[in-house]
Design a protein around this ligand. Structure first.
Ligand SMILES: Cc1cc2nc3c(=O)[nH]c(=O)nc-3n(C[C@H](O)[C@H](O)[C@H](O)COP(=O)(O)OP(=O)(O)OC[C@H]3O[C@@H](n4cnc5c(N)ncnc54)[C@H](O)[C@@H]3O)c2cc1C
Length: 401
């Protein structure tokens, strides 16, 4: 019996699993993840701010595993030897495969900025998002004891999609933080430091201005044109783009959202990669191994229109999962693999529970309708990976609970 192994039970990995399980035949599937739960990474900022409990965005992996055809192993993948067709795990015995689907996702990218890894909080897993929330709560308690204003300051490093979504959730949670600290919400200062002179270049002026106007109204201190040079304990060191002078911003909470790379396993396994991502063949296989698929945030796929790789998103990860599984089925049946094609449906960024903005197809949307669309997009992807059961279990039809 042929062995198909999937590494990572995120968006991409679970879509691959579901597609393969539907066509269960003369092959066995092994799924490996470091956790026994799947989490919706697109909601991590809400766990970090404490506007959603982690239970709301996680569900047990066993809920989607058909034990008749799939073995789930909870372990950490350490290395892949694609020549030997072997995967090394942290605790268990090595796994041998005939076909491998690698979907190990993203990690925080610090671009070598001094002190960022040690002194800023990353937001890439349920545990790291939860740690941010606990850190904020502890800071509010410390303010009560010390009256030191640094405990009321929250700094988000990076004003990309993720950073802006996090800022929106922090604004929403601000009254709760203020209550814990015993201060007026206005005293909780939220900063967002960004090297570029403007934010969110993928959106048109109307949508960007919608976002900027709200940030201004909510008294978010958006510091654009400030390149972060180092993170010292409780201090962001930045260079001012205009006059090149150095500035320092002291805050007890510093959160790093300047960018992500693919899993470290990719580089450590000797794949030809850049920042943990492999430029895959048109059928999503590794250029050097036609039995290894790299999908989701560990891969880069060229968008022929822009001549640049597509941005790594849950949207493309879901599609790649289905496509890679279909290609494995083709290979198992002795048929040719198919080229992966992708047309982005657009993207919508939330800023808090009831505000959002973005593009759906070629149409710009903003405000309450956009926040409704955003929630429906999230529910659709939960439906795709977890099915009706998880959408109901998480109470996700109650959009504005
Ligand atoms: C705050 C935030 C908001 C976002 N918003 C959007 C959005 O609105 N729209 C959108 O399309 N995208 C969004 N994204 C991007 C999106 O979340 C990612 O592109 C997507 O999660 C990638 O899916 P994936 O399946 O490749 O990896 P992941 O979702 O990262 O899953 C990887 C899986 O691999 C497991 N794993 C990792 N390393 C190991 C290991 N060594 N051993 C075993 N298991 C391991 C993990 O536990 C996880 O289950 C957002 C990201 C963030 C952080």
């Amino acid at each position: 019996m042929k062995e198909v192994t999937i590494l990572g039970a995120g968006y991409a990995g679970l879509m691959a699993l579901k597609t393969l399980q539907k066509k269960a035949g003369d092959f066995h599937i092994t799924l490996v993840d470091q956790n026994d739960y799947h989490y919706e990474a697109t909601y991590l900022h809400e766990v970090a701010a404490g506007t959603q409990p982690k239970e709301k965005i996680c569900y047990p992996i066993k809920d989607v595993v058909n034990e008749k055809v799939t073995t789930f192993i909870q372990d950490r993948v350490e290395k892949i030897d694609a020549d030997k067709k072997e995967v090394t795990l942290k605790n268990g015995s090595p796994i041998h495969y005939d076909y491998l689907i690698v979907s190990l996702g993203f990690r925080s990218e610090t671009f070598g900025i001094e002190g960022a890894e040690e002194n800023a909080l990353e937001m890439v897993t349920i545990d790291s998002a939860n740690k941010i929330h606990e850190h904020i709560l502890a800071s509010m308690a410390k303010y009560k004891q010390t009256k030191d204003k640094k405990y009321l300051k929250l700094v988000v490093c990076g004003a990309g999609f993720t950073g802006i979504e996090l800022v929106g959730s922090l604004v929403e949670a601000r009254p709760r933080y203020a209550k814990l600290a015993g201060v007026d919400p206005k005293e909780i200062e939220i900063f967002c430091v960004e090297a570029a002179p403007t934010i969110l270049p993928m959106f048109n002026d109307d949508l960007t201005n919608y976002c900027l106007d709200h940030l201004a109204k909510w008294d978010v201190k958006l510091m654009t044109g400030k390149a972060i040079k180092a993170i010292k304990p409780e201090t962001v060191v930045y260079q001012d783009g205009k006059d090149e002078t150095m500035g320092e911003l002291e805050a007890a909470t510093i959160i790093w959202t300047t960018g992500v790379s693919g899993s470290t396993v990719i580089g450590e396994s000797g794949f030809e990669e850049r920042r943990g991502r492999v430029m895959v063949n048109a059928d999503l296989t590794d250029p050097n191994h036609n039995d290894v698929y790299l999908i989701g945030d560990v891969s880069a796929v060229m968008d022929k229109e822009s001549n640049r790789p597509y941005p790594t998103t849950a949207q493309i990860a879901l599609k790649m999962g289905t496509h890679a599984a279909k290609n494995v089925l083709n290979q198992l049946n002795g048929q040719a693999t198919q080229e992966f094609t992708f047309k982005s449906q657009g993207s919508v960024a939330s800023i808090g529970n009831t505000h959002a903005f973005g593009m759906v197809g070629n149409t710009g949307i903003k405000g309450y309708p956009a926040s409704f669309v955003k929630k429906m997009i999230e529910n659709k992807s939960l439906m795709e990976t977890g099915g009706f059961k998880e959408v109901f279990a998480k109470g996700r039809f109650d959009l504005y609970h």
